[in-house]
Design a protein around this ligand. Sequence first.
Ligand SMILES: [Zn+2]
Length: 397
Amino acid sequence: MALAAGPERQTGKMVISNIGLMLSGDLAAPIMDADTIVAEGGRIVAVGRAKDVDTEGVTQRIDAHGCALSPGLIDSHVHPVFGDWTPRQGQFGWIDSFLNGGVTTMISAGEVHLPGRPRDIIGVKALAITAQRAYHNFRPGGVKVLGGAPVIEKGMVESDFAELAAAGVGLLGEVGLGSVKAGYEAKEMVAWARKYGIQSTIHTGGPSVPGSGYIDADTVLEADADIIGHINGGHTALPLRQIRCLCEGCGRGIEIVHNGNELAGLTALRFARELGQLERVILGTDSPAGSGVQPLGILRMIALMSSLGDLPAEQAFCLATGNTARMRKLDCGLIEAGRAADFMLMDRAQHSAGGDLLESVQMGDLPGIGMVIIDGVIRCGRSRNTPPADRVPELVI
Ligand SMILES: [Zn+2]
């Protein structure tokens, strides 16, 4: 099977049939009554039962052999630098490894690991624009990396945000990793960013590594960024009562990460459920980091939320797909016509104690991935990283 690594688009028409379980990514109805999906031009054009779906003129046919299909996973919090290299732990190919963990979109929380990262304002802007361009032009393994996330520094003015937005920058890196750490200062810049359509996220909790800062709940609430970045700390978490204040005190995204405090993460999930606001919960890895790089990090978070968090597995998948797409205003993450044709096909891992895929995840096991598709292009077959599954999809034509 030819693996494409560039940003090229799908040609022809793809149909995936015999899907045993269609996960929608939508918390309101996480399981769909459908076994067939059709993609054309990189987009979903139809989903339903085989007899009801138009497969005329299909050029690529995939038999899912009963595997489950989910929207491709979205990692809400990564720290890329350039290409498929990270200096944080000296690794190459880490993004391609995430593809083998079902991740089809990654969102940069700042290219902060660049050796010699500029801190002067023109340097900050230049790096952000360069990173945005570079990842727009190059998709490691085919993964869509939304890069170019400047870390705000003291002295930035409104026109800097207008300029960044005009240049194509759509994200701020974690507020608090630069010289702006006070709530009142962050609030002004976050509002400028929002005014020009730039999404923001804020570091929450203790310093990650020497040189980064401590950000408490009052500062997070005052800054009012769109996403409460790693509400469970990166790795040091706030006291649980402050995490409750964050969940109750605003309507912003509740981001729980792999490289954070697991108890705090599970507690944030519980608070969100008690508030009836599970749709705010999104998942990330916050990698690369001191804890390393986790190709299966998002799958592990889904299994953690489902097993120890007692969340039905079909809902846990939504935290890394539809929820993130909606909170982040992305065109992927949900199975519906018009959305990006980003899919993960998987099945229960061999010898799992769970009887089927959902039960196995709810028991804490990871699924076995059999194929990953991005924008209607097959990017990998059987994953080299997950445990092997009972069933694997097959490219028929
Ligand atoms: Zn952080």
